[in-house]
Design a protein around this ligand. Sequence first.
Ligand code: NI
Length: 152
Amino acid sequence: MIFLTRKADFSAAHFYRNLSWTDEQNIAAFGKCANPQGHGHNYVLEVTVAGEVDPVPGFVVDLQLLKDILEREVVSVYDHRHLNHEIPEFASIIPTTENIAVAIWNRLDGKVPNARLHRVRVYEMDDIFADYYGEQTTSVSLEQQAAPELIA
Ligand code: NI
């Protein structure tokens, strides 16, 4: 199993507002990010797929094909859009970095042939990013997480 990552970027506007809250509540929670006119970010997307190396070409997935899938499924949809106003999944879900990562996962899941989607990483800024690995089916219980010697 090997992991292969392709990057892409897009620019988009968004705002943070809980539509069931008052202006005051939104400003208290989100500050200037609540401005309903929105503001923009240059998002960077990293998509990691996992699979086995095909011995003939020597890669897991054709990188041009992966680029084309990212372009078709994400970049062409999100680039130069107002996420809250123009992208259906953000009509009722606040387009935070975390929620954008989940939405991109949902757009890409099952679209990459011969590989499994492993991670979607979205950078909102150089120092802020969110990772999503899909729904984790092998959750670890609290008892398993704590090292035995730490349980006094
Ligand atoms: Ni923002």
